[in-house]
Design a protein around this ligand. Structure first.
Ligand code: PGA
Length: 260
């Protein structure tokens, strides 16, 4: 456990990378690097593309690898005429544990609104999985000084009609849009300030137990060279990692940040 009492969660968001053969190799390699102590200290999840999920599930289960299976997206309906979509029930059937909701790429490239993100969060929870709700400001919003306002409104909208007990078990990822895939990460103290504001918003709306239980990840150009200082911050309970999660050696080094 981290000194803050919440077990960190380090998640690899593969985005549209790795076919199912590469995915199998990736998790096998990752498992060679990670030890029982690593899994004891940190929860680890991988979020492959949909076409890889069944293959990754099979490897994790047959080799008893304690990495949690994640997805990057889902629809909020159980089933129906939604061409191209995948339902939360389908993911739950594959023993998916964590589903990312509202990643900024989905919001900006695919038009996801706060209302859609909230519908997904509730559907993910209703199917027994844990949402990783993503929030974060654009460069213009940061420069205009409206970061906290923006993030607070995304948190409130994303968690509408979710119970305090459910909020206590979920994950929010703070990902400043200008830091994603740019090599430019938020400084540890800037990231801490926003993560503390997120926890404060949750505490104010859902109570102290929800605020204390909630895990807040930072995401945006997390690398082995900056993870240690980020993880040292009081309100940062993990990382949502894109680019650096695609290579097994590099991702293992992130999971093992405490040994650096
Ligand atoms: P990055 O992506 O680590 O490549 O910046 C993070 C994310 O989009 O979750």
């Amino acid at each position: 456990m981290a000194p803050k009492g919440r077990k960190p969660l380090i998640s690899g968001n593969w985005k549209m990378n790795h076919n199912h053969f590469e995915a199998i190799q990736m998790v096998q390699k990752l498992s060679y690097h990670l030890s029982k102590d690593d899994y004891g200290a940190v929860d680890v999840s991988v979020h492959p593309p949909f076409t890889d999920i069944r293959s990754v599930q099979t490897v994790l289960e047959s080799d008893r690898i304690p990495i949690a299976l994640g997805a990057q997206h889902c629809h909020w309906e159980e089933k129906g005429a939604f061409t191209g979509e995948v339902s939360p029930a389908m993911l739950a059937k594959l023993n998916v544990s964590y589903v990312i909701a509202g990643h900024s790429e989905r919001r900006t490239l695919f038009g996801e609104t706060d209302e859609m993100v909230n519908a997904k969060v509730r559907a993910i929870l209703a199917n027994g999985m844990t949402p990783i709700l993503c929030v974060g400001e654009s460069l213009e919003e940061r420069e205009a000084g409206t970061t906290e306002e923006r993030v607070r409104s995304q948190v409130i909208a994303g968690l509408a009609k979710v119970s305090a007990e459910q909020v206590a078990g979920l994950v929010i990822a703070y990902e400043p849009i200008w830091a994603i895939g740019t090599g430019r990460n938020a400084s540890a103290s800037d990231a801490q300030a926003v993560c503390a504001a997120i926890r404060g918003t949750v505490t104010a709306s859902f109570g102290a137990a929800a605020g204390e239980g909630l895990r807040v990840q930072y995401g945006g150009s997390v690398k082995p060279s900056n993870i240690v200082e980020l993880m040292a911050e009081e309100d940062i309970d993990g990382a949502l990692v894109g680019g650096a999660s695609l290579d097994a050696d590099e991702f293992a080094r992130l999971v093992q940040y405490r040994l650096a």
